[in-house]
Design a protein around this ligand. Structure first.
Ligand SMILES: Nc1ncnc2c1ncn2[C@@H]1O[C@H](COP(=O)(O)OP(=O)(O)OP(=O)(O)O)[C@@H](O)[C@H]1O
Length: 233
């Protein structure tokens, strides 16, 4: 089987323009592949560069050198240097990103927020609606809240709506940036089950999980980011 994501010699620095151009070296020569059905967990202490790497894969951050190949059908697209339009197409059809925060859309109810993400990724409207309801129910969002806009939901409730949004589509690559950060044990277990289901369908997942128990339950393998700590940092 060929990898769905391949990082090759990715190096990242930040230039702090408000600090006299100080250069912060974060990671150097990061290389790893993610095969279908694998959940690769990024490990390492706070500040090691885990979130930055996920953002590079998603095309949110540029890197200084290296390549991030994402498989789109038979082709590999190098996110580094790809046209913005190509990156947007990948985000629609190939890779999803779930952060710990929901960017709320005013006046749209939770069920519609989730279903809309499904439709945007190509699901038929009725299927998107059905899956949205199933996911919100599985994640214990009470039905009486489904028609309400999530702006006033608690942190954990918003996070569960966000997870439903991220998991509704069938994209082959999922990037998870601490999706369980403010969840209770019951809902953390639901997320573990949802991740297992994605793995069984062949989704390639790269994730960051603070919770050690979750990390152990979902990780196919851990890539310790400190291995790639920049020498000049
Ligand atoms: N946009 C940015 N501008 C400048 N520096 C940044 C930026 N984003 C991250 N950094 C710096 O890069 C380093 C790596 O940050 P990153 O968020 O990737 O670490 P992390 O391993 O995900 O940490 P945590 O576990 O605390 O979330 C940190 O020193 C951080 O200050």
């Amino acid at each position: 089987m060929s990898a769905l994501v391949k990082l090759e010699n990715v190096s990242k620095t930040f230039t702090l323009h408000l600090r006299a151009g100080t250069v912060l070296n974060v990671v150097e020569n990061v290389s790893f592949d993610v095969e279908p059905g694998e959940c690769v967990v990024l490990g390492g202490p706070s500040g090691a560069g885990k979130s930055s790497l996920l953002k590079i894969v998603y095309g949110n951050y540029r890197c200084d050198s290296g390549h991030v190949f994402v498989r789109d059908g038979e082709d590999y697209v190098d996110v580094v240097g790809a046209e913005p339009r190509r990156v947007l197409a990948l985000r629609k059809n190939v890779m999803g990103y779930v952060s710990q925060f929901l960017r709320v859309i005013p006046r749209v109810g939770a069920l519609d927020v989730v279903a809309a993400a499904g439709r945007e990724s190509g699901l038929q409207a009725d299927i998107a609606q059905k899956r949205a309801a199933e996911l919100l129910a599985a994640l214990n969002v009470p039905e009486r809240m489904w028609m309400l806009p999530p702006a006033t939901f608690s942190g954990g409730e918003q996070q569960r709506v966000n997870i439903a949004r991220g998991f509704i589509s069938d994209v082959p690559v999922l990037l998870l940036d601490e999706p369980t950060a403010s969840l209770d044990a019951v809902n953390r277990s639901v997320v573990v089950r949802l991740i297992d289901e994605k793995k069984a369908k062949g989704t390639a997942i790269i994730g960051i999980f603070h919770d050690e128990d979750v990390r152990e339950r979902v990780a196919s393998r851990v890539v310790d980011v400190t291995r790639f700590a920049a020498k000049a940092a």
